[in-house]
Structures are given as C-alpha cells and as structure tokens.
Design a protein around this ligand. Structure first.
Ligand SMILES: Nc1ncnc2c1ncn2[C@@H]1O[C@H](COP(=O)(O)OP(=O)(O)OP(=O)(O)O)[C@@H](O)[C@H]1O
Ligand SMILES: [Mg+2]
Length: 387
C-alpha cells in the first residue's frame, strides 16, 4: 500500500484534503519541500495537488514527477475543469482530475491509486503477449467507424487464426452488438463497480463470444450509464485486454470526449475514417490537428477513405492533402454494407471477395499485419447498387 502526499500552497486546504480522504498522509505547502519529499517517495505513492496550486505550476510539478518518480500517480483537484485542462492532463498523464466539491470521488480515486501496488500483481499483463490496440475514430457521425471496426476485427481474427476483441466505446449509442448479432450477458458497464480491480478473469466475464478468435465487449444498453465508465477504467481495461488478445479493436463515439481520448491515448494505431464530403473533411482536418497538438505521434495515425468511389468532385489527393497524410485504405460504397449490418453479419465474413471486404482486408494486411498488399484483384462495385 502506498502513501499519500497532499500539496497545496495554503496549508489548511491541503490539511482539509487529507482529512476528507481519511486523514492519513503528509501535507506540504512549500514547493521546495515538495521537491525534497519527491526524493523519498516510492513508486506506490500518490501525490494529490490541491485546488489553490496555480494550473501551470501543477502541470510543472506533474512533469517533474513523471521524470523523477515515474511510478508516482498524480491526482489534481480543481475548482474549475475545462477541456484544455483535461487535454493537458492527458498529455502529462495525470491519474485523475477531480472537482474540489467532490470529496467522495477524491476519496475513491485515492483509494484506488494507493491500492494499485497491492492489486498490481494479479492484474499484471502477461509479458509473453502484448497485443496491439487499434482504435477506429472519426469526430463526425456516420463516417463508417462501426462498419470498419467490426469488419477489421473479423479480418484480423481470421476464423480463429488470431485472438481479437472488439470493444464498443460508443458508450451511449453503440451498435457493435447489432452489427455482429450478439446477445450479450454483460456490457462494459459491468466493469464499473470493479474500479481498478479488473484483471484477466474479470475481463473474461465481460466478453461476449462471436466466433472463433473473435470476442466483444459491448456498450451499455442504457445510454445514461455511459457517464459512469471513467476514462481511467477504459485505459485500464484496454491494458488488461492487450495482455489477453493479439488485437484489441476499439469502436468509438463521434466525439472528442474523455472516454475516447483515453482510448486514443493507449492506442498503437489510430485509424481515422472519412467520407468524401466537405463537412467530413473539415472535421478530419480539425481532428488531425487536435491529435497532433495532444502529442499523438503522426506515425500512429492511418487514414481510411470510406465510400471512396463516390463521384462527388473530391479527389483522393485532396483528402490526403487535407489530412496531412496519405490514404492507407479505400472502402467503396455499397448497399450490401447496410444490408450486412441489418443481418448482423460482418460483410468480410459474408462475402470475403466483395470490394468492400477487399478494401478492408487490404488495409488490415498492409497497415496492421504488415503483410503487404493482397494481390488478388478486387471485384468492381456494381454502380447500380450504390446507395
Ligand atoms: N462503404 C459503405 N457503403 C454503404 N453504406 C455504408 C458504408 N459504410 C457505412 N455505411 C452505412 O452508413 C451508416 C453509418 O455507418 P457506421 O454506423 O459504420 O458509421 P459510424 O461512424 O459508426 O456512425 P456513428 O457515428 O453514428 O456511430 C450505416 O448505415 C452503414 O451501414
Ligand atoms: Mg458507430
């Protein structure tokens, strides 16, 4: 069990935080004392930065902790929580940002953080297997994220050749279960009461098996439950999953919310999906700029053009130029896609030689499996079937 250190420039505020969370820990108010104390802290300890510490100073301290004591978790208590603050929190890998009027949440977060050393052993991912987390994202709705995520997962599983888990992080309106005709006994919401206690056996209970090698963790059935799935739980869950599976494919909501950001942060590959229309391209441009600003390495990003054959006056070159990256995959438009969704059978399983399946398989082979392009000739999409 680690120890807690509370820091706030005003000693009564730091002391109040300590009392609110159970009264155990060291209270400091001078930056010099904090620097000195860092040298004595162990990797299991947690540093709580109080609400009166200036925001810039708080992030400076966090960065210092990252370099000097990388194992120490930092929890930031704020009077006001803004989006730029959360983005910076993500960048500096803060463990949590908590509203100063929410002592219960602070108490729970601190309990989880201090208990991590004790729970680390059973939950430690097996070093023998470290799968890749692949997140499919588009900030604009209806781009084809779910279509791509479900089919990519099926291609990668390849009838049991690899172990793949698809996670539906479109927490309010996820439709992975429908697209794969799953009848789940559990959803990701069942992980919420477990807090930081998720280990391989807890994860197994959340899974819904689709077919050989392919499992899913589906979205909650009640949209209101979405908020209870914390970003921290998501990163922890993905970490445990990557120890159990070769690939973890994450479908996302069309939003830059904290839950999606948590997934993007731990992803090895972020596949951005875009359709060839001006609003989608505008959103894509902002998305790429934001991701780069958040410190996401460009080499983790891939771009897939969905409905790539639509003749709407936007060339592939224009799409690539807007996104500041080449097109890594092309998926044509076909009414067979919605009909496969309605039947609940991923099109790559239903018709592997379909041009849509070929596009997704090609992308999986060249960008994920690194096997190079599939030389089989794709069939042409029948124009009359285009929606
Ligand atoms: N290549 C395609 N050809 C034809 N229809 C498509 C294609 N890709 C997606 N669709 C259809 O477009 C709709 C939106 O696709 P999908 O649900 O995959 O998008 P999404 O980005 O997940 O949307 P949301 O943001 O609402 O979750 C669906 O009805 C899907 O069947
Ligand atoms: Mg979707």
């Amino acid at each position: 069990m680690g120890a807690a250190v509370f820091f706030d420039p005003h000693p009564p505020v730091g002391a109040a935080l300590c009392v609110e969370t159970g009264g155990a820990g060291t209270v400091l108010s001078e930056v010099a004392d904090l620097h000195e104390h860092l040298g004595q802290m162990s990797d299991e300890d947690t540093l709580v930065l109080g609400p009166d510490l200036d925001e810039r100073a708080a992030f400076d301290v966090t960065r210092l902790v990252r370099t000097q004591r990388p194992g120490v978790e930092v929890i930031l208590v704020r009077r006001e929580i803004t989006t730029p603050l959360l983005q910076e929190a993500l960048r500096t890998r803060l463990a949590a940002v908590i509203d100063h009027q929410d002592p219960l949440q602070l108490r729970a977060e601190l309990k989880r953080s201090l208990g991590r050393a004790a729970s680390a052993e059973p939950a430690a991912p097996s070093p023998a297997r470290r799968g890749r987390v692949l997140t499919v994202f588009a900030a604009k709705g209806g781009s084809g994220k779910t279509m791509l995520a479900v089919n990519l997962a099926a291609v990668l599983a390849d009838h049991g050749q690899r172990q793949v888990c698809i996670v539906d992080l479109d927490l309010a309106f996820g439709d992975v279960a429908i697209a794969m005709q799953l009848f789940p006994a559990h959803t990701i919401a069942d992980a919420v009461p477990l807090g930081g206690e998720i280990d391989a056996s807890a994860v197994t209970a959340l899974l819904t098996q689709h077919s050989a090698g392919l499992s899913a963790i589906v979205a909650p059935t009640e949209p209101s439950v979405a908020e209870s799935v914390s970003p921290r739980l998501i990163s922890h869950l993905l970490d445990v999953l990557r120890a159990e599976f070769d690939y973890v494919v994450v479908d996302t909501a069309a939003a830059f919310d904290d839950q999606v950001l948590a997934a993007l942060d731990v992803s090895d590959l972020i596949t951005l999906v875009v359709t060839p229309d001006v609003p989608a391209l505008k959103t894509l441009k902002i998305t790429v700029e934001t991701l780069l600003e958040l410190g996401c390495p460009q080499e983790r990003l891939r771009l897939v053009l969905n409905r790539s054959d639509a003749r709407v006056g936007i060339s592939h070159a224009e799409v690539a130029k807007t996104a500041l990256m080449p097109l890594a995959g092309l998926v044509p438009s076909s009414r067979d896609v919605p009909s496969s969704v309605n039947r609940g059978v991923p099109i790559v399983l239903d018709d592997p030689r379909h041009p849509v399946s070929e596009g997704i398989t090609q992308f999986a082979r060249s960008e994920v499996l690194g096997l190079g392009p599939d030389l089989a000739r794709p069939r042409r999409v029948r124009r009359r079937f285009r929606p």
